[in-house]
Design a protein around this ligand. Sequence first.
Ligand code: 1CP
Length: 354
Amino acid sequence: MQLKNDRYLKALLKQPVDKTPVWMMRQAGRYLPEYRATRAQAGDFMSLCRNAELACEVTLQPLRRYALDAAILFSDILTIPDAMGLGLYFSEGEGPKFERPIRSANDIAQLPIPDPEQELQYVMNAVRTIRRELKGSVPLIGFSGSPWTLATYMVEGGSSRTFPTIKKMMFTDPKALHMLLDKLAQSVVTYLNAQIKAGAQSLMIFDTWGGVLTPRDYQEFSLHYMQKILDGLIREADGRKVPVTLFTKNGGLWLEAIANTGCDGVGLDWTIDIGNARQRIGDQVALQGNMDPSILLGSPERIREEVKTILESYGTGPGHVFNLGHGITPDVNPDNVTVFIDAVHEFSLAMQAD
Ligand code: 1CP
């Protein structure tokens, strides 16, 4: 089926578009009352992810409210470690946790590579259901965590601020950590290729915690494995390229290395000026970003001003996908999101006409 709105895919391939496409990380989430209602109906978060109809419903909710240019699969990056047998659960107010975190090289040697159409079939069913229900309106983004980011949760047993356990492993038993990252890279390739076969039209790899590494360790323990993933992906479906975006939060210092992996898009957080990023790597890849999500807590005027600043900093010409620099937070007023999305389209249309 022909896509009715493909400006997100075009922008990632650096083709001209009428207006700058926009979507938001975590666009389906707790800031929306309808999300909270569906989530309450499902019970806990993982039950929502495992129910294809409800996962589809929450994926579509933000698209009913806002003129978004892409949908993102409703799921989580931690589905892979869960499918490896670590026992994912969410304790109220504390974020994700694992019943059986990785503690030793022996634990790592035992880990299976999950079969996407077995243990992770619920994710593929969600992709198929969402594609059907989107009816060609906008493209569907599939995603995964980076091996390094997944490993931090698996070894720490949940969220962390300082990553003491995995860093200790990195410096005392790097071989074991490499074995873990290698298994994760294999799992992610299999998982993302299955998402493409199920209907994902673009992919995003979230390296939320790559930015806590030294430059040398980032290369060795994070970027190297994202490179392996890129090398293993199909990257084409229905005669169309499936663009891949890499996002390392706090990775602004390493943009050239990230762009050199051969990805199509690089995601930026708000700690870098997008015009500066474009000068550095913008002839090689598209750029996605990069408004500070906290701006959405400001006034409509302040939101519009920030959107304009970012669009002007990027400048004219193709290759920009507007987004936040990280996920939208639960305390945002949904009406401010309307202001944000509409401002991206309004100002970018005017800029193209200038
Ligand atoms: O309803 C709830 O209480 C659960 C909150 C929630 C949501 C809405 C979690 C738990 N995951 C999600 C969905 C989700 N997670 C999506 C799809 C929805 C969308 O984007 O519209 C995606 C792409 C993710 C990805 C994800 N999960 C990342 C990478 C992106 C990022 O935000 O940095 C990470 C690190 C996670 C782990 C995770 N899952 C959930 C939470 C609260 C967290 C973060 C924990 C932490 O800060 O360490």
